[in-house]
Design a protein around this ligand. Structure first.
Ligand SMILES: Cc1cc2nc3c(=O)[nH]c(=O)nc-3n(C[C@H](O)[C@H](O)[C@H](O)COP(=O)(O)OP(=O)(O)OC[C@H]3O[C@@H](n4cnc5c(N)ncnc54)[C@H](O)[C@@H]3O)c2cc1C
Length: 499
């Protein structure tokens, strides 16, 4: 399977040289403290010597490779941390945060580096890249596991398979479990089991003073609450997570209908989908997506639309009954590709996710939840679904509802019955500005229909919108002030609430 490597991802020699030239042209080659004074060799040495893992200073030869490898997307942001630390232990993380504190620098953290906005790559900070800490310990008796946040979802589920267990992870193999759960997390069977955030039983965190603490429902519970869906505003570095796993369901069965001429069937199919949301059982994932490349060859083509449903359950009859919901898909007899009620596996699903968002591409994303009435929504969606700017761009509709209220013991608070996400994929650097602008432009055009956004696919830098309820946001702001009064942790890249 084409799963990318777990550790830092190489950006290639040419990419590194090019990006370093960018840094050089900005005259940012000397690492500085928080006041802009260049750090002395002795000051740098103090960090190098207190960290067992790797340290890359701005200006070091290997810096740009280390910076680029923290980020899945090929369009690396032009933002430059003062230093990148790749810890091997909790002690290294403590040392990095204490160094930041002593020198007035801010801290960001990277787990798997799949944030679409690359929110961990910021100017003038200490970037803690958790990629080298890769421990997992499973307790089959309690169906729980301890894991470092830089471990990627598909690898965790491979470790869990012999125990008959699974955790909800991203539908793509390589997002880190850390960012996935911290930002909410739509994962396998999340409509039934809840988001990734809900599976976080405890976290070990290095706080703003550089102390290692454990947080769960009974101790340091502010940190636990925020780790469950708080996103990039989290006021600490999560070094370890205790997760609830689930017994792995026996049946993974799928139905897919794909139409080559999306424009011809769009109104009927989208109307059907929006109207069926209240009837989608919790163990069924129902997705519609458009893309503009041929299924078999990947060659460019006019937008085609797929309706895909995945039933995940222990009861085969229940899976088949759920998939029978798709018997009423309009025009399904004319589908150019169809599979009905076929068994599939988690590995196959990960591969399919990888095919949609392959490594090495340039990416931008944005999203929203909506509860707009079908007749209002469908005509407004034509542009974002049908006028895709590149062959691999895809727009995605997901039936999240009927929504159950989120419990109050987590920061994750934003949801809506229909999730919409749009993702531009391109290869040519010359298209960067145009392609990066496309997703927020589409979502802003629909903002009168939006309830707010999902943090995992956020683009709040270019499209501020609501990511929390008022109640959760007020609590979060107060906790950030209480636990990180000096703003040691960089926080959101953009505005997580409407302007
Ligand atoms: C190809 C692709 C497919 C995806 N598919 C899905 C999907 O199916 N479902 C879904 O819900 N999401 C999906 N996502 C979104 C993804 O889950 C989020 O971007 C998530 O944040 C990625 O986790 P990460 O650890 O790789 O991210 P990172 O980029 O490492 O982290 C994201 C942010 O979280 C914070 N953070 C991360 N780790 C820590 C830590 N240890 N301590 C403190 N703060 C931390 C930082 O602010 C960081 O900028 C996908 C993303 C991509 C690129």
């Amino acid at each position: 399977m084409n799963t990318p490597a777990t550790g830092p991802q190489p950006i290639g020699r040419r990419g590194a040289i090019k990006a370093l030239a960018g840094a050089l042209s900005t005259g940012m080659l000397a690492a500085c403290n928080g006041m802009g004074r260049p750090l002395s060799d002795a000051e740098k040495l103090s960090l190098n010597q207190s960290v067992e893992g790797k340290v890359y200073w701005l200006g070091d030869e290997a810096y740009e490779v280390a910076r680029g490898s923290t980020c899945y997307r090929a369009n690396k942001p032009k933002r430059y941390p003062q230093v990148i630390v790749q810890p091997l232990s909790d002690k290294d993380v403590v040392a990095a945060v204490k160094f930041a504190k002593a020198h007035g620098l801010k801290v960001t953290t990277r787990s798997g580096g799949h944030s679409w906005s690359a929110s961990h790559i910021r100017d003038h900070c200490v970037l803690i890249d958790m990629a080298r800490m890769q421990e997992i310990s499973i307790d089959p008796a309690t169906q729980t596991l301890w894991v470092n946040p830089g471990m990627i979802g598909s690898v965790i589920n491979r470790h869990l398979e012999p125990h008959g267990l699974v955790v909800p992870t991203a539908h793509h193999p390589s997002p880190g479990i850390g960012g996935f759960c911290l930002n909410g997390g739509f994962g396998w069977n999340s409509r039934l089991w809840g988001n990734g955030a809900r599976h976080v039983l405890a976290v070990d965190v290095v706080n703003a003073d550089g102390e290692l603490i454990r947080a769960d429902a009974t101790q340091n519970s502010d940190f636990w609450w925020a780790a469950r869906g708080g996103g990039a505003g989290f006021f600490g570095v999560i070094v370890r997570m205790h997760l609830q796993a689930r017994p792995r369901p026996k049946y993974w069965k799928a139905t897919v209908y794909s139409f080559d001429n999306a424009a011809a069937v769009f109104d009927d199919v989208m109307t059907w989908a929006c109207n069926i949301v209240p009837h989608v059982p919790p163990y069924l994932e129902l997705v519609m997506s458009t893309t503009a490349n041929k299924r078999e060859t990947g060659e460019p083509c006019p937008a085609r639309i797929s309706i895909a449903a995945l039933a995940i359950t222990d009861d085969e009859a229940q899976a088949d009954a759920a998939l029978a919901l798709l018997d009423s898909v309009p025009h399904r007899e004319k589908a150019n590709f169809k599979v009905e009620k076929v068994p599939t596996t988690l590995e196959e699903r990960y591969q399919s996710g990888f095919k949609a968002d392959p490594a090495g591409m340039r990416f931008a994303a944005d999203n929203m939840y909506t509860d707009a009435p079908t007749e209002v929504l469908v005509p407004r969606l034509r542009k974002v679904f049908l006028e895709l700017p590149t062959p691999h761009t895809h727009t995605f509709w997901f039936a999240w509802g009927p929504c159950k209220p989120f419990p109050k013991d987590m920061a994750l608070s934003m949801q809506g019955p229909i999730f919409l996400g749009t993702y531009t994929l391109w290869e040519d650097e010359a298209q960067d500005t145009m392609m990066a602008a496309w997703p927020p432009m589409q979502m802003k055009a629909l903002s009168d229909l939006s309830l707010g956004g999902q943090l995992n696919d956020e683009n709040m830098l270019h499209h501020p919108q609501r990511y929390y309820t008022d109640e959760a946001w007020a609590k979060y702001e107060a906790l950030r002030q209480k636990h990180d009064p000096q703003g040691r942790f960089e926080g959101f890249l953009g505005k997580p609430m409407p302007l």
